[in-house]
Design a binder for this molecule. Structure first.
Ligand SMILES: Cc1cc2nc3c(=O)[nH]c(=O)nc-3n(C[C@H](O)[C@H](O)[C@H](O)COP(=O)(O)OP(=O)(O)OC[C@H]3O[C@@H](n4cnc5c(N)ncnc54)[C@H](O)[C@@H]3O)c2cc1C
Length: 448
């Protein structure tokens, strides 16, 4: 690549990082995209559950196209904070640094001392879904989970419904297998109820009671639909949509829901978490209030907490507790760093598109919404226009941080040394093909 007056470092090559790299490249600005993993797909590979074959493949293809742009240099297996220190980036001389590192740390459940029981009765969503997505791969050697009946899930958003689906799929699949019926995941994803109906069976016949999702508000408050209703009519409509979505999930996947329940304490026996103490709640004018005297003990084989994710705070970067401190809402510029910006889930700490919109962080919200919310169609032109507008502004910032040809060459020499160290020869597509894990649908010999 010939020297340019600008060179941007992007950490994280997934939805938000690859889109930023592409938008910059389209404006003639080269970038180096570092990802901690071999593959740059982030939550599309490790979060989005593996039954979303078409959506996963489509989004990965989009990422591939963007990262194959001639002005984008990819560097795999290079983690900011470990393989490269944040302080060293400034010394390298990049025009700007974009953090598109997602949100991989589970939001703590918030009961004092409960994290002592991780792996001993307490499970968090991100490693659980990671296991589910990869467990079928030959040689899988990361943390594994036993599926049991009667697990409690704490949550209420779309990801917690995915956790409930995983538990129900695994339970029903195993019970059917024991009765001589081999049913694959994709059939169960269409509808567990339908599969059972066709076999003339019920959950009860299989001896399954199912998992239970505990949500602290009402079902109609669940953050299951996009949009920002404000008028009474809009709010009533959104509430009806949320109830419909949840009822649809429940009738297909047969899990239990306990709304208006908030966990307030743990029940421990020996060295294990064996249950939680819940309080019932009521919601008035949008505020949740616990009802005094409504405490009850509920026991579970284990509990899965699915209450959201937070970005990793990279050592050396100022933060406000569990998220990055942003001093400029348009560029998502990090407080105290004139040329460091955050994108995607790393800003909001959430995978929830709607809440990102509320925070008004143009770049992050638009990148995610434009390419994931609209899962079946092309990105919404209005959203794309907003992304372009935000990047116009970012571009003018970057153009104020010109670098010399010597600095450009020096950075690219250092980048090449890192690529050599991890064995990446700059052939993006062949690297991806070499590292793509074995897909469940190929093992089953079916197309989905
Ligand atoms: C269970 C589940 C289901 C979901 N379903 C949907 C859905 O149906 N529709 C929808 O719109 N969204 C869904 N989402 C959310 C969606 O997947 C995410 O919002 C989106 O993919 C986030 O993109 P991102 O680029 O911001 O972050 P990520 O995908 O998290 O990408 C971050 C990238 O940064 C890399 N990285 C992290 N730290 C470092 C570091 N220190 N140095 C270098 N690289 C680093 C990671 O390896 C990763 O590749 C779901 C999420 C989950 C968990």
């Amino acid at each position: 690549m010939s020297a340019s007056k600008y060179l941007v470092a992007i950490f994280g090559g997934a939805v938000s990082g690859s889109e930023a790299a592409f938008q910059l490249a389209e404006r003639g600005i080269p970038s180096v995209v570092f990802d901690q993993n071999a593959l740059p797909y982030g939550k599309i590979e490790d979060g989005l559950p593996k039954w979303h074959v078409r959506l996963r493949d489509k989004e990965q293809q989009r990422i591939n196209e963007k990262l194959s742009h001639p002005l984008v240099t990819y560097v795999p297996q290079t983690k900011l904070g470990e393989d490269i220190q944040f302080e060293d980036l400034n010394k390298m001389g990049f025009s700007a640094v974009l953090l598109a590192i997602g949100a991989w740390k589970d939001r703590p459940l918030g009961i004092e001392g409960i994290d002592t029981y991780i792996g001993k009765g307490l499970v968090y969503q991100n490693p659980f879904i990671y296991w589910f997505n990869h467990m079928h791969e030959p040689g899988f050697d990361k943390e594994t989970y036993q599926i049991e009946d009667g697990v409690g899930i704490i949550g209420g958003g779309l990801a917690s419904l995915d956790v409930a689906k995983v538990l129900m799929f695994e339970l029903v699949q195993k019970a059917l297998q024991e009765r001589g019926h081999d049913i694959d995941l994709f059939a169960l994803d269409r509808s567990i109820a339908k599969v059972l109906d066709e076999k003339g069976l019920t959950l009860e016949d299989l001896g399954i009671t199912g998992c239970t999702l505990f949500y602290r508000r009402r079902i109609k408050d669940m953050p299951l639909s996009p949009g920002d209703p404000t008028t009474p009519e809009e709010i009533a409509k959104a509430e009806a949509v949320r109830e419909k979505i949840l009822n649809n999930y429940r009738s297909k996947y047969l899990f239990n829901v306990a709304a208006n329940h908030v966990p307030v304490d743990k029940i421990v026996e020996g060295d294990r978490l064996v249950g939680l103490i819940f309080q019932e709640t009521e919601v008035t004018n949008g505020k949740v209030r616990s009802i005094a005297g409504s405490e009850k003990e509920i026991r579970f084989p284990y509990v899965i907490s699915s209450i959201g994710s937070l970005p990793d705070i990279i050592s050396g970067i100022q933060s406000c507790g569990s998220t990055y401190e942003i001093d400029d809402e348009i560029f998502c510029r990090l407080s105290g760093y004139p040329n460091v910006f955050a994108l995607g889930n790393a800003v909001t700490g959430r995978g929830n598109i709607k809440e990102s919109l509320d925070h008004g962080r143009e770049i992050a919200q638009n990148l995610i919404e434009g390419y994931l919310a609209n899962t079946e169609g092309d990105p919404n032109p209005a959203v794309l226009a907003r992304i372009s507008q935000a990047l116009e502004k970012l571009e003018s910032e970057i153009r104020e941080h010109q670098i010399s040809p010597a600095t450009f060459q020096s950075i690219m020499t250092q980048v090449k040394a890192i690529q050599d160290k991890v064995g990446y020869d700059n052939d993006y597509i062949s690297w991806v093909l070499k590292h793509l894990p074995e897909r469940l649908e190929n093992q089953l010999g079916s197309s989905h």
